[in-house]
Design a protein around this ligand. Structure first.
Ligand code: 13P
Length: 254
């Protein structure tokens, strides 16, 4: 099994200089633990300065999005080689905020996953249901569709590069995280879909949870062997709470 993975998704917060300041404070509090992988996903504009600030630490850089073409006349877009060149090793794809505000569908997300993989950028594919879908008993069907369409034609070999993030939309930014049981149930389903469709062994892929993870609920979430880390939004913007969540992941291994 891989070590747990904690990813801080800064969303559209922090300028490059605010990002540098954050890393200075964060590194004073953070003691690297080889048992937990940590990544930060800043806005594009802060990637370069974070790459410099993180030089001597094991923390890796993720992007929050990428376009599916290598280069071309695509005003405003950023390509996988551009992110690789800046030091990113992974990229968040299919985040519900991209699906909701920017009209990204499973087909576009799938093209982005293929493109990222072909440039050795590891995708963190987000899936998750809306509140009304959960209330209508459609959670499993929604998650399965997002996986099958988002990962269409991905080779079994490439599945080893993937991370899946279960982010129920109703839990994002609401302060109302999924319960351990709710998350465990969906993570188990995700594992089964990957195994049945790609033959992916559960222990070879990380399935992380996202949605109102904070220092108070992280310990209990990480107790579930199905929850292999977290994609953290609001609570990662503060160095102290981000460090505490990483500490919870570390403690869960003992
Ligand atoms: P919050 O932790 O702010 O709920 O955001 C979760 C998220 O969207 C991470 O990608």
């Amino acid at each position: 099994m891989h070590p747990p993975l904690i990813v801080g998704n800064w969303k559209m917060y922090k300028t490059a200089s605010e990002g540098r300041e954050f890393i200075r404070d964060f590194l004073k509090l953070y003691t690297a633990k080889s048992s937990v992988d940590v990544a930060i996903a800043p806005p594009f504009t802060a990637i370069h300065s974070l790459h410099e600030a993180l030089q001597s630490s094991p923390i890796t850089l993720a992007a929050q999005n990428v376009f599916c073409e290598h280069e071309g006349a695509f005003t405003g877009e950023v390509s996988p080689p551009m992110l690789k060149d800046l030091g990113c090793t992974s990229v968040i794809l299919g985040h519900s905020e991209r699906r909701q505000h920017f009209g990204e569908d499973n087909d576009l997300i799938n093209r982005k996953v293929h493109s990222a993989l072909s440039h050795q950028l590891r995708p963190i594919l987000c899936v998750g249901e809306l509140l009304r879908e959960r209330e209508a008993g459609q959670t499993n069907a929604v998650i399965e569709k997002q996986l099958l369409e988002g990962l269409k034609d991905i080779s079994a070999e490439h599945m080893g590069q993937m991370t899946i993030a279960y982010e129920p939309v109703w839990a994002i930014g609401t302060g109302k995280a999924a319960t351990v049981d709710q998350a465990t149930e969906v993570h188990t389903l995700i594992g089964a879909v990957l195994e049945n469709t790609w033959g992916t062994k559960r222990e070879t892929i990380r399935i992380v949870y996202g949605g109102s993870v904070n220092p108070d609920n992280a310990d209990s979430l990480f107790q579930s062997p199905q929850i292999n880390g977290a994609l953290v939004g609001k609570a990662c913007l503060n160095p102290d709470s981000f460090v505490k969540i990483i500490g919870s992941a570390h403690r869960s291994l003992n």
